[in-house]
Design a protein around this ligand. Structure first.
Ligand code: G3H
Ligand code: 13P
Ligand code: ZN
Length: 312
């Protein structure tokens, strides 16, 4: 199935505008109807381009057909600038599968591989994807993956600015995810004053001045959601994200895609916990899922307007 039949666009044209006009395109992860509708309604209401990101595990959770059915049901028009993107693809086969389903963009994540193996893997994907006008994101440097505060460990390695031009030239990638101190999950920081490595970002942007750079692990971890979770039976002490000012600063320096998953997970969970605590007799999922939706929608609108600056 051709992604253009879904009204989708690839990320190349979206990023071209973002680079010229100095904003970032939000990439929000979805995995069900509530997450998808919160994201698309926020993008539509703010007239923002948006990247609908699906991880391999989220695709497995939704199932290929149901996921495509939901995208079909959005009735997208190409001038809405919506891309469907495979997040953290782990193999050539996974990217081919996504492209055959109608994804307009794929990430092939070879960031844990040695440089040459990463190059070779990305190159096989770009050679295939570009035949179908599908854009490809690659990653150089590795983020630490923190799922909860007990597994916090610094396994990250920052992107080496001396490698980026060579990597992009050899791989033909269309955008590059870099490691400058962000990390996945809700436990990113020991204190509020930890800073991203803007010195590394400056050097990378100097090497690749007109090239779309991507920031993964960029959730802000809103304190109101963490409190709502902790006040209603949850247990997420010391959850902390990236300060919005730091993300805004990164956007000014050529970061033109910002990945957010945890903030919506937190909003979802906070909405469900609060509703069920207030009304323990409730057993109507539409009620507590509506609260989850409202939190996610408000988060997307807020981040689009106040971090990405992608609202038109
Ligand atoms: O970067 C990873 C995303 O947050 C997706 O996570 O594989 O649990 O869906 P997931
Ligand atoms: P967060 O965990 O910070 O939301 O990062 C999401 C992400 O990078 C998805 O690829
Ligand atoms: Zn990521």
């Amino acid at each position: 199935m051709d992604y253009k039949d879904f009204g989708l666009v690839n990320t190349k044209q979206i990023f071209a505008d973002a680079l010229v006009n100095h904003y970032a395109v939000p990439a929000f992860n979805f995995y069900n109807m509530e997450t998808l509708s919160a994201i698309i309604n926020a993008a539509r209401d703010t007239h923002s381009p948006v990247i609908l990101a699906v991880s391999e595990s989220a695709l497995k959770y939704m199932g290929d057909d149901l996921m495509r059915g939901m995208i079909w049901g959005l009735n997208l028009k190409s001038n809405e600038n919506v891309a469907l993107h495979l997040d953290h693809g782990t193999s050539f086969e996974s990217c081919v599968h996504a492209i055959k389903l109608g994804f307009s963009s794929v990430m092939i994540d070879g960031s844990k591989l040695p440089f040459d193996e990463n190059v070779n893997l990305v190159r096989t994907v770009t050679d295939y994807a570009h035949k179908y006008d599908v854009s490809v994101e690659a990653e150089l440097g590795a983020l630490s993956g923190i799922e909860d505060e007990n597994t916090r460990g610094d396994t990250s390695s920052y992107t080496d600015p001396n490698d980026v031009v060579n990597f992009v030239n050899q791989t033909n990638a269309d955008s590059l995810a870099i490691a400058i101190g962000t990390s996945h999950g809700a436990y990113k920081r020991k204190s509020d004053d930890e800073e991203l490595r803007f010195d590394i970002l400056d050097k990378i942007a100097e090497q690749l001045p007109e090239f779309p750079l991507v920031l993964h692990g960029a959730s802000t971890v809103p304190a109101r959601f963490v409190s709502a979770i902790n006040d209603n039976g949850g247990k997420m002490p010391n959850a902390r994200g990236i300060a919005p000012e730091q993300l805004r600063r990164a956007v000014e320096k050529n970061i033109c895609k910002i990945n957010i998953d945890s903030d919506l997970r937190l909003g979802f969970t906070a909405g469900v916990r609060e509703t069920l605590s207030k009304k323990p007799e409730n057993f109507n999922p539409r009620e507590y899922l509506s609260a989850a939706y409202e939190n996610m929608y408000a988060t997307c609108v807020d981040e689009i307007k106040n971090i990405m600056h992608s609202a038109k």
